[in-house]
Write a protein that binds this ligand. Structure first.
Ligand SMILES: [Fe+2]
Ligand SMILES: [Fe+2]
Length: 358
């Protein structure tokens, strides 16, 4: 009786070893996964013949599909993980082969097993945003001087200034005192210049085989920051259908106009954005006044804003508007500086960009 028990246990171990050895010559394309399940099923049922048969079948597959031969050196748990990852490859169909040089030619490629990290916040809770990461968040410098104004002196400055001022009139007329909606809509425009400027500097860097001085990244950072303003304000104001239509129209016109303006005169383009930012500071100051008066409800800050600006958990809309206004003041400085660099006859790359200036 004892001999019988030991004999059965020994047989099981031998079968398991045989089954695992079979994987070492099985393909990574999924045959290993199928074979392993079948082999384990055989072991569980106490059968002996079935796993051996499976092992032979796997060897047969290995000669036709090629594959991964490292299974014999990994643990069973690792095998499980690897085999699970390879499942989508099987689902996509096809197979590998041997090319003319005798090298293994992998025809099946799955991109679903690109490792993704689970990011956690400082308090240990899971990071729930995919669009930005904890290391991109910051505390806004709200002590920045909000009243700085570049006095237009040259003709280009004056054109830039009055272009912005003339755009203010229809904006005031359309939105009046709906500052939440106004902020959301204006951010759809404000996020364009940084991307256009960054893109043009990127292309210039490629064309001329030269460094950018950090200005590409600085302008793209501005565009991303403005887009985060939009992602925040759309949590507190939902656009109506005609507002969405307006955004599409304005974007179509503004993107192309700014592109052209930047190509012709970057000093004008940056100056104009500098003045746009001055107007944005004014708009957000009015927004804060309405919040203080109680005309706009000071609702809790959206979760995205709390994480992006590292605000306290009990932050409100007023806190959000204050940090957004500080951002606009930083954009104002960056763009007026960029224009000044051009005015002095330099390229932007000649002056290190104020990267990370928040
Ligand atoms: Fe903004
Ligand atoms: Fe801005």
């Amino acid at each position: 009786m004892m001999m019988s028990t030991m004999g059965r246990g020994g047989a099981r171990m031998a079968v398991a070893a045989l089954a695992l050895r079979s994987f070492s010559s099985a393909t990574g394309g999924g045959a290993g996964a199928v074979g392993r399940q079948a082999a384990l099923a055989g072991i569980a049922s106490g059968g002996v013949q079935a796993p051996i048969a499976v092992g032979v079948w796997i060897r047969g597959m290995a000669t036709t599909t090629g594959g991964d031969r490292t299974f014999a050196t990994v643990t069973l748990a690792e095998q499980e993980q690897r085999e699970e990852k390879k499942q989508p490859q099987m689902a996509s169909g096809g197979g590998g082969g041997v090319n003319g040089d005798g090298n293994e030619d992998k025809e099946i490629v799955s991109y679903w097993d690109i490792p993704t990290r689970k990011i956690r916040k400082e308090d240990g809770t899971e990071w729930k945003w995919n669009s930005f990461m904890p290391w991109e968040t910051y505390k806004a410098d709200t002590s920045i001087d909000l009243k700085k104004h570049h006095k237009p002196s040259t003709m280009i400055d004056k054109i830039a200034y009055w272009t912005v001022k003339s755009l203010r009139w229809p904006t005031d007329l359309f939105f009046q005192r709906r500052y939440g909606c106004r902020a959301m809509m204006l951010e759809t425009v404000a996020a364009v210049p940084g991307m256009v400027g960054g893109m043009l500097l990127h292309c210039k860097s490629l064309r001329r085989f030269e460094h950018s001085g950090g200005w590409i990244r600085t302008l793209l950072e501005e565009a991303e920051n403005e887009r985060m303003h939009l992602m925040t304000f759309m949590e507190v104001a939902q656009p109506k259908w005609y507002e969405r239509a307006l955004v599409i129209t304005v974007q179509g016109i503004f993107f192309n106009a700014y592109f052209l303006g930047y190509v012709i005169s970057p000093k004008f383009a940056h100056r104009m954005v500098g003045y746009l930012e001055e107007e944005a500071i004014h708009s957000y100051t009015e927004f804060l006044k309405e919040l203080d008066k109680g005309n706009i409800e000071n609702v809790p800050a959206p979760a995205i804003a709390i994480d992006y600006w590292r605000l306290p958990a009990d932050a409100t809309l007023k806190d959000v508007v204050e940090v957004v206004r500080a951002d606009e003041a930083h954009h104002r400085d960056v763009n007026h500086l960029a224009s000044d660099i051009h005015y002095q006859g330099h390229e932007l790359r000649d002056t290190p960009a104020p990267l990370g200036y928040h």
